[in-house]
Design a protein around this ligand. Structure first.
Ligand SMILES: Nc1ncnc2c1ncn2[C@@H]1O[C@H](COP(=O)(O)OP(=O)(O)O)[C@@H](O)[C@H]1O
Ligand SMILES: [Mg+2]
Length: 288
């Protein structure tokens, strides 16, 4: 077979960041011509591609409706447009909690609303966002600053409030990557909002991780819950990244379940993960 696949990126990083660099070669090795194109490049031919894979469309947060319209116009999009619509607003966490998934307690604070402020440390972040942009951590007595930040977030859209999960300062979060519905690999992310902790810097610092059974099981359960809620077979999800932290009792809690444009941490694992990705793309093409 010789299929043409477009990997959707953004204008600022038209060939994504280094993490995805090896994908076109991994796809070419199994007969797939893959090229990068920014999602808003009207000349890229997205509608005619055999498959369009969302990868690094990281500039959609401030124009989500435009992005979702674009998604809806592409017949061969993975992940599917309706999944992307659901997953690009953190209100989806409430759906997962309702389905029994242990989720970090999350209050959606819609534009025009005020939360009941917690009496412990908390996080305010945009409901539509990525890369920790707009996320900030507050002590319970810092309500003036928190109110100002909420106003700032509300100027762009809904916000979410969560209790700060202190274990993130010690262990960070673990991202478990699934390709075509099956577990592939995992990596750990340093705390993004913590004050600097010796030996574990804040910011986008990644390292390989081997999740224990509790994390693996929680991620599997979360993915099953998504499939149930969306009425799909989880194999239809070309990629999924399940970000877990540990609550005060040590049990895993879902922080994020990324089905839109997650970094998949290919640089944190061996080359076999790219081969699994290529195979999952073949499966997605075969399904069409
Ligand atoms: N409730 C929380 N407890 C501890 N850390 C948090 C919490 N919420 C967010 N963070 C930190 O902020 C980062 C960004 O938040 P996240 O929910 O992953 O949003 P996004 O990645 O979509 O910006 C996380 O990687 C984590 O380091
Ligand atoms: Mg995140």
């Amino acid at each position: 077979m010789s299929a043409q696949v477009l990997l959707a990126s953004c204008a600022e990083l038209p060939e994504s960041n280094g993490d995805d660099t090896a994908l076109p070669d991994a796809l070419a090795a199994v007969g797939i011509r893959a090229e990068w194109a920014p999602w808003d490049d009207a000349s890229a031919g997205f509608a005619a591609a055999d498959l369009v894979v969302l990868r690094s469309t990281w500039d959609y947060a401030h124009r989500r409706e435009e992005f979702l319209d674009w998604c809806s116009g592409i017949p061969a999009l993975v992940n599917p447009a309706d999944v992307v619509r659901w997953n690009t607003h953190k209100g989806y966490l409430a759906d997962l909690a309702g389905a029994g998934v242990p989720v970090v307690p999350t209050s959606l604070v819609e534009v025009g609303r005020q939360p009941s402020w917690p009496d412990r440390e908390f996080v305010l972040k945009p409901a539509v966002g990525a890369g920790a942009r707009g996320a900030a951590r507050f002590a319970p007595d810092a309500l003036d600053a928190a109110r100002a930040h909420l106003d700032h977030l509300h100027a762009a859209g809904d916000a979410v409030l969560q209790p700060y999960q202190a274990d993130v300062d010690r262990s960070g979060e673990t991202a478990l990557v699934f390709l075509g519905g099956s577990y592939s690999h995992a990596f750990a992310k340093a705390p993004m909002l913590a004050p600097p902790v010796p030996g574990f810097r804040t910011g986008e610092h990644l390292r390989p991780a081997e999740p224990d059974a509790a994390l693996r099981r929680a991620a599997e359960d979360a993915l099953d819950a998504v499939a149930g809620l969306r009425g799909i077979d989880r194999a239809e999800l070309l990629y999924a990244r399940v970000d877990l932290v540990r609550g005060a009792d040590g049990a895993p809690l879902l922080l994020e379940l990324e089905l839109s444009e997650p970094s998949l941490g290919f640089r944190q694992t061996g080359p076999a993960a790219q081969l699994r990705f290529a195979s999952a793309v073949r499966a997605a093409l075969a399904r069409r």
